[in-house]
Ligand binder design. Structure first.
Ligand code: GMT
Length: 395
């Protein structure tokens, strides 16, 4: 932000197109997906968006004249047992803010993006540039990794030093205040979905191939980490299958997969279970599903469940974290205590009854509309504008 005072005043009263830097993990994880979809939509709306990441974000797959991608290069050196990603990122932020004349930097996932942004901000200040920093908390940066004593002081400090902080659910906001001495106001801006992309498509051939005898189709998508409790997905499915002919689709990959494949063999359900691995167009496979399973130990929001709901798939989930803010118990599915497999089985059997399923599917879609991209992205634009104006007023 390098405006003379009079220009700053004009900008503060007139809505204008912003130059926005977005920092995120470029992987398939929820925070990277949200950040990338946000940047794409902001670019469509005419803002200039600069992604600063260590590789091309997985969903940054389309061309728009307002979208830019800057790769963070981390030089290797024999001395570095751990490559100094945070320093390379901070240096890149300094470079891009200066030369692209950014108005705001929005970092997704506190570790280490908020502290790298703090460092960049201090360096830029020595050059007379004042860049507002916005940090969005996504979940594990607070509920798992951030709480670790190895990170906590830096996480607390860098959140407090951010000019604006958002969290993706009320639950995450509450948990952040409970576990960290945060003085900043945290604004809740929930995750969102593009209903033009995520919608139920006609995929009869695929459905026929997977469930030739019209078996019910249960589905789970995740990064296959321990926190997702995929063992519960498999146990729920095994019990549902005893009562209703059904199949299970598992989308994604990660550290838990070998153990989960072993569990399927032990339960003798391999013939009805498919591990599909990572998929680009997850909405295609969601389009044939009847029920989504998300029994997570922790989940700040549950973006994967929202993607399912947008494709008219009801959800049986745990009631961890922010999930109940999305999956309304008894309406869009059910949210049960973490680890209560029997309860989840009972609820799954209820939802899958032919008399009930159409109602739950319609409710799931209706709920997804509350999180449509065109409702949520304007909240970010408003928030950016407010933080930019507040910072301008301090100059
Ligand atoms: O769920 C994960 O393990 C990935 C993680 C991430 O940081 O990418 O997801 C978190 O952020 C998503 C987007 O805001 C949320 O929808 C997920 O609920 C959240 N995961 C957890 O809190 C475990």
């Amino acid at each position: 932000m390098q405006l003379p005072n009079i220009a700053a005043f004009v900008v503060s009263i007139v809505y204008y197109k912003m130059r926005i830097g977005i920092v995120c993990y470029p992987t398939f994880g929820g925070s990277g997906v949200v950040a990338t979809e946000l940047g794409k939509e902001l670019a469509v709306k005419g803002h200039q968006v600069h992604f600063i990441t260590y590789s091309q974000p997985a969903r940054l797959d389309f061309f728009n004249e307002n979208l830019f991608y800057h790769e963070v290069h981390i030089p290797s050196y024999p001395l570095f047992q751990y490559p100094p990603y945070e320093l390379a990122l901070a240096s890149k932020m300094v470079d891009i803010v200066r030369f692209e004349k950014l108005d705001v930097l929005h970092v997704h996932y506190a570790i280490p993006h908020a502290s790298a942004a703090f460092m960049a901000k201090q360096i830029l200040r020595t050059k007379g540039i004042h860049i507002p920093i916005i940090t969005t908390l996504h979940g594990t940066d607070i509920t798992l990794v951030g709480k670790d004593v190895s990170f906590e002081p830096v996480v607390t400090f860098s959140i407090n030093q951010s000019d604006g902080v958002t969290a993706v659910s009320d639950s995450l906001r509450t948990e952040t205040y409970e576990f960290f001495p945060i003085e900043k106001e945290i604004e809740v801006i929930p995750n969102f979905i593009d209903l033009k992309k995520f919608k139920r498509q006609k995929k009869d051939h695929f459905r026929m191939a997977i469930s030739p005898n019209d078996e019910k189709l249960l589905i789970h998508t995740s990064n296959f980490r321990g926190v997702k409790r995929i063992q519960d997905v498999i146990k729920i499915f095994a019990k549902v299958r005893e009562k209703i002919p059904s199949k299970l689709l598992l989308v994604g990959d990660g550290p838990e997969r070998p153990k989960m494949e072993k569990l399927c063999r032990e339960l003798n359900i391999c013939q009805d279970t498919r591990f599909l691995g990572k998929m680009e167009a997850v909405e295609e496979v969601l389009s044939v599903a009847d029920l989504f399973l998300m029994p997570s130990e922790k989940e700040s929001f549950g973006l994967a469940a929202l993607e399912a709901m947008a494709c008219e798939v009801p959800v049986i989930s745990s009631n961890a974290g922010g999930i109940p803010e999305l999956n309304i118990d008894g309406v869009t599915g059910f949210a049960c205590p973490v680890g209560d497999v029997d309860e989840m089985v009972q609820k799954a059997l209820y939802v899958l009854q032919d008399d009930n399923l159409p109602r739950f599917k319609a409710n799931a879609l209706a709920r997804a509309h509350d999180f449509n991209i065109d409702k949520i992205v304007p909240l970010y634009e408003k928030f950016y504008q407010r933080i930019i104006n507040e910072q301008l007023a301090l100059l």
